[in-house]
Design a protein around this ligand. Sequence first.
Ligand code: HEM
Length: 472
Amino acid sequence: MNDTVIEKRRFSDLAHPPAWPLVGSLPYFDPPRVHLVFEEWARRYGTPFRVHLGRRWMMVIDDPAEIGRILRSRPGAFRRVRPVESIFRELGIAGIFSSEGADWERQRRMVMRAFDPAHLKTYFPGLVMVTGRLLERFRRAAEAGDVLDLQQEYMRYTVDVTAGLAFGVDINTIEQGDNVIQKHLDKVFPSINRRMAAIFPWWRYFKLPADRALENDLTQVRQAIDGFIGAARKRMDADPGLAANPSNLIEALLAARDAPQSGITDTDVSGNVFTALLAGEDTTANTLAWLSYFLAEEPHAQAAAQAEADRELGTRAVPDDFESVDALEYIAAATREAMRLKPVAPFLSHESNEPVTVCGIELRARTPVGTLLRPAGLNPELFPDPLAFKPERWISDARATERESAAKRVLMPFGGGPRFCPGRYLALMEIQMVTAMLMKNFRIERVGDEPVRERNALSMLPEGFYARLHLR
Ligand code: HEM
């Protein structure tokens, strides 16, 4: 009989990168590349590994089954790391993304209703109109031979769509170019990112010029948000039926705020409006930009996507019904493939609320756990030739089905469990619409041959990607 006792691994046994007194490994956190630093450590030390965050140790994992377990166990056993809540609250962005426990549950129900597929269908004509505006802007740029920063173009598009769908306002940043919201909103993400990776919360004690600039950006966005809220109030005063049957997120938030003992405050309303703007802008724009990048780099994929757009759109320049968007199988596969190689949220941080076991290791309450979402998508057993952009791998064929569904399970670009991204359907709809419009009307050519780099600004974008569009 074998009586060998297998020693249980402890958290303190895990390998870790160099850690300095007081600051731990934080000096290695270069905010724009922090996800790459973590991925490199995962390769060097194996997973799970641990990393010293100055005052606490974080466990870092990349096993998709364990990641799924953590995501599903919220809001009970796990929460987002504490600085998310405090930093977002200080900036006046306290909303569904940063709230926890009962507060989060209350807000989540409202937000989900506003973004569900049925509601999305009613907004569809708005989506077609905004996509038509982008087409006109791209046409002018193509005729002038302009070099475009597509990520910036897509940011205008996504802000317009979120404002239309969630707030019932047509802000039209696509045609107005230098819109106030757009200009100031773009500065907020990198600032949050810097604060999340800070060794010391300096902004609570003194203000650097960057902090004063951030305050100005926030004030400007808040004024615009107050305008949206004021307009919604007027609509609801004029049509009291909207309180029982809100037509968008902002009306739903206001109706909830007004209900007796709702627990929803004015701050919750504006925090959630701000959250929707922020959460819907970069993530979708960056995914669109990565997809355009791959289509520009891979002529076979661009040709296949163009053929599909020609077939499904016929003489239309923009898909103008739900069914045509749904039928874009190749473009959907290309989107999934872009999200596999370039998930724009490649690293999510959580914290245990109670003692838990992760990857067989016992952790105390309040232990941060970082989850790397990309490595599972690069597993060669599920994704042969894992670094290649091959949308074809997602096109159903009876033999591939088993592997395909295993492959789908390990990808979590929208997170998972009860906190999975409520904007998922909207985001996929926007990406399909814009890419079909682009493929039907243009050929994308990448300009420049410098390597395009991943830059993390809370969500990850293709730095140095410029393109010229040619009318087809
Ligand atoms: C391709 C585009 C997008 C990607 C890749 C993405 C990704 C994510 C991820 C990874 C999370 C964290 C989920 C988790 O913790 O399990 C998240 C949460 C969230 N997303 Fe998105 N997102 C996208 C678009 C959008 C859009 C368009 C909106 C709304 C306009 C939105 C609103 C939110 C909100 C409100 C949360 C917080 C949910 C909660 O904490 O309960 N997202 N998203």
